[in-house]
Design a protein around this ligand. Structure first.
Ligand code: F0G
Length: 488
C-alpha cells in the first residue's frame, strides 16, 4: 500500500507549485501546520483500515477487445464486472465507514416525520445555516426542483461552469445556462490556485445586458467539476455575493464537493490558513441564499442529495413539487437509512486527515503522469485528474474524438474505465478534449493508483499508434451515455 515517504513529498511540493501566486504568509502558515501535524513519520497514509473487501476481476486483453467491440467503444456500456479500476466517476462510489453502516441500522423508515430526517436536518443546518432542508434522491432532482420554481423562459442563469445535468435542468425550463469561468480556466496548462473562480467582470456584463429581473439566480459550483475539479476562493464567492446582492439576485452554491473546496481554501487562501475545513465550509454557505447538493460526492454516501434555501415562499413551492415526484418532505425519495448515512458522511468528510489524504492522493496521480510528459489540467483538481487529450494526441482531430480514443485505449490496455469530457459529451461547444480520471472516495489504495500511473505511461509511450473514432449511432440528448462508435 503506502510505501514510506511516497505521498508526503507530494504535499510538501504542493505549496511550492500549486499556490505559487498565493501570499508567502499563507504558504508559510500551511507548511508550519502540516509539519506540526506530520512530526515523526512523514508518510501520508490512507486514514482508515479495511474491514470488508470486494474482489477485483482481471480480464485478458482479448476479452477486453471483444467487450469493447460489443459495447460500440462506449465505456458506459461495459458491465462493471469487466472493469478492473473504475475511474468513471467519484459519484455514489464512496466506501462507507463503519459509523455510516451502523447509523443505517438506525434508519427510521416512517413515511412522515422520520427521526432520520431530523437528524440529517440538524447536521445540515449546523453546517450550512440554511432554514429549509429538502431531501432529494440525488443532486439533479434538487436542480430540477430549484430551476423549475425559479426560472422562466428567456431568463439567464450564470455559473462558473454548469455541470451537464445542471445545464439540462436550466434549459428544460426555457432559460439559458451561461458559463462564466475565470479567464485562467481557458488554458489547461495555466497554474492558478483558484482556477474554478467565476469571472466577475463577465457577471457584471451579463446582468447589465440581460437586466437583473432576467437573472433569477447566480450559481457557483464548488469545486468546478466541468472546469477540471478546480476550487473557488472565498474571496471570489464574497465578491460574487456582493455583485448579486447589489442587484437583488440570490446566490446558490452547487455544493457537491464543498469539503474538497474548503480544504483547498485552507491550503491556498492566506486569510483561512488557521481555520478548520468545517469553519471554511460554514463561511462558504453563509454567503449563499441556498444550495443544491449531491450526497453522492462529499457526503460519502451512495445515493442522495438535498436542496436548501432561506426563502420561506420558495421552500413551500419546492416542497409541493417534491411531493409530486420525489416524496414527502421528510424523506424526499430516499430511505431513512440513506438519510442516516448522509448525516454521518457530512461530518466525516470534513476531517482534516481525510481531506489531506484525499487531495494528496489525487495530486499523486496527476504529478506522476504529468512529470513524465502526460499533459493534465493544471494544477491537479480535487476529485479527478483530467488529461488534455487534445494536447496529448494532436494527430487525432476533434471530430475523431481524441479523449474517447484515449479512454478506449486505457481500457483495452489495462481494464481502467475513465470518461470523456469533450466533443462526445458537449459537441461543438466543448472547450477542450479532456479525459477525466475520477477518484472514488476511500476506495482505492496507493498500489491501485500506481497501477493506473504505469498504465497511462505505457499508453503514452506509444500514443502515436492510437486511432480516432467515428460515431455510428447516437440518441438526441446526452449522447455520451449511449452513442456507439467505430474505430477508424
Ligand atoms: N453538480 C455537479 C457539479 C456534479 O458533478 C453532479 C454530478 C451533479 C451536480 C448532479 O448530481 O449525479 O447526484 O444527480 N456529477 C457526477 C459526475 C455524475 O460524474 O461528475 P447527481
Amino acid at each position: 500500500m503506502c510505501a514510506a515517504g511516497v505521498w508526503f513529498p507530494e504535499i510538501r511540493r504542493r505549496a511550492a507549485r500549486a499556490s505559487r501566486p498565493v501570499a508567502e504568509s499563507a504558504r508559510q502558515a500551511s507548511r508550519t501546520r502540516l509539519c506540526a501535524r506530520l512530526r515523526g513519520v512523514k508518510t501520508i497514509i490512507e486514514p482508515f483500515r479495511i474491514k470488508s473487501v470486494e474482489p477485483l476481476r482481471q480480464t485478458s486483453r482479448e476479452e477486453r477487445e471483444r467487450l469493447l467491440e460489443e459495447a460500440g467503444y462506449n465505456l458506459f456500456l461495459i458491465e462493471a464486472r469487466n472493469i478492473l479500476i473504475d475511474l468513471l466517476t467519484d459519484s455514489g462510489t464512496s466506501a462507507m465507514s463503519t459509523a455510516q453502516w451502523a447509523a443505517m441500522m438506525r434508519g427510521d423508515e416512517s413515511y412522515a416525520g422520520s427521526e432520520s430526517f431530523f437528524r440529517l436536518k440538524k447536521v445540515v443546518q449546523e453546517l450550512t445555516g440554511f432554514r429549509h432542508v429538502i431531501p432529494t434522491h440525488q443532486g439533479r432532482a434538487a436542480e430540477r426542483i430549484l430551476f423549475g420554481v425559479m426560472c422562466r423562459p428567456g431568463q439567464s442563469v450564470p455559473n462558473n461552469t454548469h455541470f451537464d445535468t445542471t445545464r439540462a435542468n436550466v434549459e428544460i425550463n426555457g432559460a439559458r445556462a451561461v458559463d462564466l469561468p475565470c479567464p485562467e480556466a481557458a488554458d489547461t496548462q495555466a497554474r492558478h490556485p483558484f482556477k474554478g473562480n467565476l469571472d466577475l467582470a463577465a457577471l457584471e456584463r451579463l446582468i447589465e445586458t440581460e437586466g437583473a429581473a432576467n437573472v433569477p439566480l447566480v450559481m457557483i459550483t464548488v469545486t468546478n467539476n466541468s472546469g477540471g475539479g478546480q476550487p473557488v476562493s472565498l474571496e471570489n464567492i464574497e465578491a460574487v455575493k456582493r455583485v448579486a446582492s447589489r442587484h437583488g439576485i440570490p446566490l446558490y452554491l452547487d455544493a457537491c464537493r464543498f469539503a474538497e473546496n474548503a480544504y483547498f481554501i485552507q491550503q491556498r487562501e492566506a486569510a483561512y490558513a488557521g481555520c478548520t475545513p468545517k469553519q471554511i465550509a460554514q463561511r462558504m454557505f453563509s454567503l449563499a441564499d441556498g444550495c443544491t447538493f449531491s450526497a453522492k460526492k462529499d457526503a460519502l454516501a451512495n445515493i442522495g442529495g438535498f436542496l436548501c434555501t432561506n426563502d420561506d415562499r420558495l421552500a413551500e413551492q419546492e416542497k409541493d413539487l417534491l411531493i409530486l415526484t420525489e416524496g414527502f418532505p421528510t424523506y424526499g425519495g430516499l430511505a431513512g437509512r440513506d438519510l442516516e448515512a448522509i448525516a454521518v458522511g457530512l461530518t466525516e468528510v470534513l476531517d482534516q486527515d481525510y481531506l489531506q489524504y484525499r487531495i494528496a492522493s489525487t495530486e499523486y496521480l496527476g504529478r506522476h503522469i504529468s512529470e513524465r510528459g502526460v499533459p493534465i489540467v493544471e494544477p491537479p483538481g480535487g476529485h479527478a485528474i483530467y488529461i488534455d487529450a487534445g494536447l496529448m494526441l494532436p494527430h487525432i482531430p476533434r471530430h475523431q474524438f481524441p479523449a474517447q480514443a484515449l479512454a478506449v485505449e486505457l481500457y483495452r490496455h489495462a481494464g481502467i474505465r475513465s470518461v470523456e469530457i469533450g466533443s462526445v459529451m458537449f459537441g461543438d461547444k466543448a472547450p477542450h478534449e479532456l479525459l477525466r480520471l475520477a477518484i472514488p472516495r476511500r476506495v482505492y489504495t496507493q498500489s491501485h493508483v500506481d497501477y493506473v500511473v504505469e498504465a497511462i505511461l505505457e499508453v503514452n509511450a506509444r500514443k502515436n499508434q492510437i486511432r480516432g473514432l467515428e460515431i455510428v449511432s447516437q440518441p438526441r440528448f446526452l449522447r455520451h451515455f449511449s452513442a456507439r462508435f467505430r474505430m477508424l
